[in-house]
Design a protein around this ligand. Structure first.
Ligand SMILES: NC(=O)c1ccc[n+]([C@@H]2O[C@H](COP(=O)([O-])OP(=O)(O)OC[C@H]3O[C@@H](n4cnc5c(N)ncnc54)[C@H](O)[C@@H]3O)[C@@H](O)[C@H]2O)c1
Length: 387
């Protein structure tokens, strides 16, 4: 991991050490990073990624990379670009269809061979995909998003330069920033949390608490952008080791059904999920979901461990030592409102979708990290509140 303002200047050397024919994925406006891309060595091919990636987009991109005889992959962009690049690097090494390896929807086969060397350069502060071992692809025919996953998907180098995020407009800062925050909060309360992920996630929460609103209000605030880039990186490391929770369990489902940006989906679901988890943890005999971290000791005491986690998160986000779980909900609600994120109803979803969404979300891999087990009725309730 290379982290710090101005470190993007090291990209040419990093790439030059890995390959002579890089396949360069970037966003729908390649001109945005033309200066950086122009410095890359060797015979490069630039591939624009215009949307959150689908299985078909990954197939087309790997075909283009093979035709180019690419020996390395570089992704400069948001999570969509990083995930597509990651998928291409994995498939270049394995030469197969994404559906052979995709979880949930595909065959889920492990990757037998290493990926092509892959360098991830995020330009949003949100997904942490530069340090995770999965690539999310959507499968429109199944109405779902699912992951390619395996240790070989970890990028060879994550080069995180907060200055690359300065151009993010407020809406992207809001949605990606709330995703980053959620990716620290969910592993922090996850039933798979451990002391290492606790250290990473709590530092991410502390930084999001002091910087998210500031980065949204003043996009040129380098200190706030740096905090959020670090929050995103820490969230990626946390989720890769402690899993996520119900927010991401739902986000993959709704993102596969309608065209809603991932971060917006997370933001809309955040308060309803936290409120319900707190309420469920307060009930006598609260049952922990699978795992052994925050929710450990299912039965007596499981709920109180979860509540203490949420109270710690409240203190980290608000910076107030006396903050309670109620303050956490208020702070999150205010932040989502202040950042102007719309509910899921603005994207064509309605109460009529509640049964379908709840059934699909129950089977999502992220749901396993949720600190309390939620019933189908409770999942329907969360979805309806997120509309
Ligand atoms: N692999 C993982 O671990 C992981 C984790 C979370 C989310 N994801 C995936 O990541 C994707 C979302 O990524 P995202 O939230 O970064 O959004 P994104 O990559 O889709 O980008 C959102 C918008 O911001 C623009 N943009 C990006 N950088 C910019 C910049 N510096 N200046 C101006 N505009 C910029 C993009 O062109 C795009 O229009 C989803 O597909 C989601 O499923 C992956």
């Amino acid at each position: 991991m290379l982290f710090g303002a101005g470190r993007a200047a090291e990209l040419p050397d990093v790439v030059g050490a890995l390959g002579a024919r890089p396949f360069v994925c970037t966003g729908g406006q390649p001109a945005r990073h033309a200066a950086l891309i122009g410095l890359l060595p060797g015979a490069r091919l630039v591939h624009p990624v215009t949307d959150e990636p689908t299985v078909e987009a990954a197939r087309l991109a790997v075909t283009a990379a093979r035709a180019h005889r690419a020996d390395a992959v570089v992704a400069i962009g948001g999570g969509s670009v990083l995930d597509l690049g990651k998928a291409v690097a994995a498939l270049l090494g394995n030469g197969t269809d994404p559906l052979d390896h995709l979880e949930v929807v595909g065959r889920g086969l492990p990757f037998a061979q290493p990926s092509a060397p892959f360098v991830a350069v995020p330009t949003t502060a949100g997904t942490g995909a530069e340090v995770t071992a999965n690539a999310v692809l959507s499968v429109p025919s199944a109405g779902l998003k699912a992951s390619l996953r395996g240790p070989s998907l970890l990028p060879r180098v994550a080069l995180v330069d907060p200055l690359l995020t300065l151009g993010c407009p407020p809406a992207v800062t809001a949605s990606s920033g709330l995703d980053a925050l959620t990716q620290c909060l969910e592993p922090f309360v996850s039933s798979f949390a451990n002391p290492v992920t606790d250290a990473l996630a709590s530092e991410g929460l502390r930084r999001a608490g002091r910087a998210l609103r500031a980065a949204y209000t003043d996009g040129a605030n380098v200190a706030a952008r740096t905090d959020m880039a670090l929050c995103s990186l820490l969230g990626g490391m946390s989720l890769a080791n402690a899993k996520l929770g119900a927010v991401h369990g739902f986000a993959g489902v709704v993102g596969g059904m309608v065209d809603v940006p991932h971060g917006v989906a997370c933001a809309a679901l955040l308060v309803p999920v936290v409120e319900l988890n707190i309420r469920a943890a307060t009930e006598p005999g609260a049952a922990a979901a699978a795992g052994s971290g925050a929710g450990s000791g299912a039965g007596s005491g499981a709920g109180s461990v979860v509540l203490e986690r949420y109270a710690s998160a409240a203190r980290l986000l608000t910076g107030r030592p006396e903050a309670t779980v109620a303050d956490l909900v208020s702070w999150l609600r205010e932040t989502v409102a202040q950042l102007g994120v719309r509910g899921l109803g603005a994207f064509g979803l309605s109460a009529a979708h509640a049964d379908e969404v709840a059934a699909k979300a129950a089977g999502a891999s992220s749901m396993r990290g949720n600190p309390v087990a939620l019933s189908t009725a409770q999942l329907r309730e969360v979805f309806t509140a997120a509309l």
